[in-house]
Ligand binder design. Structure first.
Ligand code: AMP
Length: 285
């Protein structure tokens, strides 16, 4: 069922709750792929009812980013989601979420702002204000849907950690379920933005997984020094790769690591032409 208004979602969820049913939420920006579908599958398995949101959230895009050209494929998304067992596809307009006139006017919106320490690194460094927009919309979706469980991909690991922090700090009554990264057969992490890549860039995009997988092999062979592990990565980079960051951080609080351990996540962001790709790997396991 496709719903565009907050009131209709609330009415439907109220009915479910009266029947004692559990509700799962999968927040997305649409252009669904198998990564999203893995979250949906997990929700359908875990919960009696599943709601997915399809909303290209204007307040999480920075000036000059791809908000206008972000792929919007609602009809196809709806079909994929319903075939996968989703009960409600919630696709609100920006006006429905933020009110006419206030959409891009941040001065007139109440924001949820995660701690600076979580924001001033990795993606937050180049995407200033991005996580304010993410936390605000996710908090709002939690209030609209009131899910028992919400499903987030480890693909956006900084986002996942920040949302876990928000839920804990604000005592939001929802259980966050992390879901593993789904990759293409050749190892590229699936992303709605992969469709921006031309053939050459698609091949060059494998650099992210090559660097991460190699670091993990080196770590497993006994190299723990982050400087040494970082050096192994540079041989993979070609002039077409603009490395934004390669960073070793703690999986719980994003603290920087100088010696890698089993709590370490390696994060990478690379720009290929105008396309910015991110990936990460846990060194444990
Ligand atoms: P997005 O539509 O890009 O905002 O993503 C919606 C949700 O899907 C987020 O929780 C993402 O982390 C998750 N997701 C996106 N790509 C993948 C992937 N390749 N594997 C697992 N989860 C993913």
């Amino acid at each position: 069922m496709l719903i565009h208004t907050i009131a209709e979602v609330r009415a439907k969820v109220r009915e479910w709750k009266k029947q004692g049913l559990t509700v799962g939420l999968v927040p997305t920006m649409g252009a669904l792929h198998d990564g999203h579908l893995s979250l949906i599958k997990k929700s359908v398995e875990t919960c009696d009812k599943t709601v997915i949101s399809v909303f290209v959230n204007p307040i999480q895009f920075c000036p000059g980013e791809d908000f206008e050209k972000y792929p919007r494929t609602l009809d196809a998304d709806r079909k994929l989601a319903e075939d996968a067992g989703v009960d409600i596809v919630f696709a609100p307009s920006a006006e429905e979420m933020y009110g006419a006139g206030h959409i891009m006017s941040n001065d007139f919106l109440t924001y949820v702002i995660p701690p600076f320490f979580y924001q001033d690194k990795l993606c937050g460094k180049s995407r200033v204000g991005h996580f304010d927009g993410v936390c605000t919309v996710v908090n709002k979706l939690f209030n609209i849907v009131q899910p028992d469980f919400a499903f987030f991909g480890e693909k956006d690991r900084q986002q996942l950690i920040i949302i876990q922090k928000m839920v804990k700090d604000l005592s939001i009554p929802v259980e966050i379920v992390p879901c593993p990264i789904v990759r293409e057969d050749d190892g590229l992490a699936m992303s709605s933005r992969n469709r921006y890549l031309n053939d050459e860039e698609r091949k060059d995009a494998l650099v992210l997984k090559s660097i991460l997988f190699n670091i993990k092999v080196c770590y497993n062979s006994g190299i723990k020094d982050v400087k040494a592990l970082t050096e192994t990565a540079y041989s993979y980079l070609k002039p077409c790769h603009s490395l934004e960051y390669l960073d070793f951080r703690d999986k719980n609080d994003l603290e920087s690591k100088t010696i890698a351990d089993n709590d370490t996540i390696v994060f990478i962001a690379v720009k290929l032409g105008s396309v910015r790709l991110i990936d990460n790997i846990a060194l444990a396991g």
